[in-house]
Design a binder for this molecule. Sequence first.
Ligand code: GLY
Length: 381
Amino acid sequence: MHEEYKIWARDVLARIEKKMEKVSVRSADKIPYTTKDGVHDDWSGDDRIGWWTNGFWGGMMWQMYELTGQEHYKAVAESVERKLDRVLMDAQSMDHDSGFKWLPTSVNNYRLTGNPASRNRALLAANNLAGRFNHAGQFIRAWNDWGDNGPDRRGWAIIDCMMNLPLLYWASEETKDPRFAQTAMRHADTAARCFVREDGSVNHIVEFDVDSGEMVRSYGGQGYGDGSSWTRGQAWGLYGFAQSFRHTGKREYLDTAVRIADYFIAHIPESGLIPVDFCQPEEPAWEDSTAAAIAASGLLEIWQLLEEKRAHGAGSMESGRKYLEAAVGLLRTLADRRVNWDDAADNLLEKCTAAYHDRDHEFSIIYGDYYLIEALMKLAL
Ligand code: GLY
């Protein structure tokens, strides 16, 4: 059965490769976030270079390089990475999202080419990320304050940050210094305790008292409201805990990933199309394809982890089949109904939504494309 999925995923990737041949040339000098009338925008200017999604285009170029071996993709990826050096030198732009920026770019470059400059960038980013740790509350702080008028966010942590922890695990593996991984694990422990609810759903934002470390309250954040289930947050959670298990072997992280995954799978609508929030009202029925792509990649991570465990004789581990099937279902729905296969359009996924209460909904977003390709590669290779 997996063989059949593999053949299918290879076929979809071949179609994506064909399209990306053209898109990567058209957008070679950009760092895109979304599209307007099918054309990538560009976030590489000084005012937008710190945006949290600016590692994904470079990451997609490394994905294409791995799939095709074509040097053009490597050159575009390297140029994105160099542009991000401006962020490394700007304290105000350096936030909890260093993993999203430098894992797809510098860590990938170092993994594939051994480039020492990339290793240096990723270590600088990891050091900055570790420095955001609040010792009283044992969490990595989200965002920075951008002036006197915004909310006091010194005590805020978000579920998305689970996806940044692999930069810290990587730094420990690379330097043989456990400090980075220790910090990541303390944050993951806090997240397991304070973000994950009884039913396996997760909060987006949790606020802690910055001095005592006590949990103050949660916020709905980019979802529908406090106590609701923002789907991309559920996806970050299930994927992030799975990655923490991969790097540490701590069984509680895999159990947590599985609980969130079970909640996610139980709430997938019959259509297979993922809403912005599992608790949103019937109208307006906003959709978020990025949540589907991220969840699919995370579910495949869980499937791989469970299968690896079984292969190593951990008899009590349950089969990963349920997670494989759910991921394939999400990916088939995206490929059939939400990928724009027109070569003239720069994006892959349609109907992505950044936040439920934003003015705009259901457009293309670059990280949806990145995680779609990533998930397909896990299935195909
Ligand atoms: N990490 C921010 C988001 O998922 O929109």
